[in-house]
Design a protein around this ligand. Structure first.
Ligand code: 0WD
Ligand code: CA
Length: 426
């Protein structure tokens, strides 16, 4: 099968820790300052392989890691352009009312994560597929912030190439290393912007419908840890006696650029630093995680190779600088708490044999988005290009017109088709 390669120049293959591009308009800036340290043989190999394939004829995209071992692509420092909240009944609010504040726990807190599972837990109905709806509601309410500044009369209604959830991008970043779960991503071009929304695979639906009682309870543990470490108010304290309701969410909306792809995406944020001197969002945000305690070298290695990959990808994308992890035993008791700085994770894993590399994740995502741009040519809200991937296969796509897969709601299409002036703001 053919594989697709980006036409972007492959400038060098040295590894360097991922960093955000801070300069404005830094697109043309060389990111090869350390070129003299670059191993030449790899560059040679990659240039040849890039020349062998004609991207314009590509119907599939390879996910083989070795194809993405090149220089780290430009990834601009993500900028928060807004936020929204979902309340206990999953209602949308164009504000930060669900923001929570991180309260640092003891190093060995003995939190009981099983507490309240039976009697103080309201679980979101995950058979309800919300698709991009909340993000689109935010776009409609904040349209003026996003309108193209240079060419207000251009065909591009929004000043971005892609709109999606952060979680979908996380899946793309981890794809070259994923061996178990495939994905389906639906893409629709509307007024020059491509919207990407996940579709649940058959395998994922079966998994969801056949979860064991133990698995369901363990899914609660992560939310319970949040309750032990978050306060609703800046001067407040956590309330472990309260109800855990997974309908509630605070989501950041960030804008950034990956190579020549302008991205707008939203991600759920667990909490923020409560210090008034903390940096502005997203740098003040804290991601909370739970994980099984690490007792053996094998467990440590698996933690580095699999868990830290997912944690890194999820937080690196929106520029969340740290993850606070609660390590729990088999009974769901948090025995220790540790902070991981996203910028230090690549150092932490560097001695791990055959481990993941941030540059592979970012280059694959970048090439996937290029592939999507080349494929998704028809600009119509009811046309869906379905990109599908299964482990050990290439990414392929199929086209669907006016099908069950169409995901841009009528209210969104109508609102965005109106002239900007006729838009009444609340
Ligand atoms: O319906 C779907 N297939 C999806 C819905 C897939 C992915 C996301 N979502 C929606 C949900 O409405 C959720 O509120 O996106 C929101 C979160 O978006 P995200 O930040 O892009 O998603 P992700 O990075 O995968 O997850 C962040 C957090 C999770 O925390 P952990 O620490 O476990 O990664 O969002 C929560 C969860 O707490 N979360 C969800 N909440 C409700 N429904 C879902 C979901 N399907 N997925 C993750
Ligand atoms: Ca979390």
């Amino acid at each position: 099968m053919e594989h697709y390669r980006s036409r972007s120049p492959i400038s060098s293959s040295h590894s360097r820790p991922p960093a955000y591009e801070r300069e404005r308009g830094g697109r043309g800036r060389s990111h090869c300052e350390n070129q003299r340290f670059r191993p030449n043989n790899q560059r040679q190999h990659q240039s040849e392989s890039a020349a062998e394939h004609n991207p314009l004829n590509s119907r599939a995209l390879s996910t083989r890691r070795e194809l993405y071992e090149r220089d780290f692509p430009v990834y601009k420092q993500p900028v928060e352009v807004g936020s929204f909240s979902l309340d206990s009944e999953r209602r949308f609010f164009n504000d930060g009312r669900q923001m929570r504040y991180y309260v640092e726990p003891e190093r060995n807190p003995n939190f009981d994560l099983r507490d309240g599972y039976k009697d103080r837990f309201v679980k979101r109905d995950d058979s309800v597929k919300e698709k991009l709806d909340h993000v689109l509601r935010w776009v409609v309410a904040n349209r003026s912030k996003l309108n193209s500044r240079k060419t207000s009369a251009s065909s591009c209604a929004l000043d971005v190439d892609f709109v999606t959830w952060r979680g979908h991008l996380t899946k793309l970043l981890t794809t070259p290393y994923e061996t178990k779960e495939g994905w389906m991503l639906a893409a629709t071009k509307f007024r020059g912007t491509i919207y990407i929304s996940e579709v649940e695979t058959e395998a994922a639906r079966r998994e969801r419908e056949n979860r064991t009682e133990r698995h369901k309870e363990m899914m609660y543990w992560g939310y319970k840890f949040e309750q032990y470490t978050c306060a609703d108010n800046v001067h407040g304290a956590p309330d472990p006696g309260g109800v855990v309701n997974t309908n509630e969410a605070f989501c950041t909306v960030v804008q950034t650029r990956l190579a020549d792809h302008r991205l707008l995406f939203s991600g759920e944020v667990d909490c923020r630093d409560k210090d008034p001197g903390a940096p502005a969002p997203p740098a003040c945000y804290v991601e909370l995680k739970t994980s099984a305690e690490i007792c053996t070298p094998k467990q440590r290695s698996n933690f580095h190779r699999f868990k830290l990959l997912k944690w890194w990808a999820q937080s690196f994308l929106p520029g969340v600088p740290r993850v606070v992890a609660g390590f729990r035993d088999h009974e769901g008791v948090v025995v220790s708490v540790e902070t991981f700085h996203i910028s230090k994770i690549s150092q932490l894993i560097k001695n791990e044999y055959n481990c993941w590399r941030p540059t592979v994740c970012m280059n694959f995502c970048c090439d996937f988005l290029t592939f999507v741009k080349q494929t998704v040519t028809e600009d119509s809200p009811s046309v869906v290009y379905m990109f599908s991937w299964e482990p050990r296969r290439d990414v392929t796509f199929s086209v669907h017109r006016d099908s069950q897969f169409s995901f841009l709601p009528h209210w969104y299409v109508e609102e965005m088709t109106r002239r900007p002036n006729s838009h009444h703001q609340s």
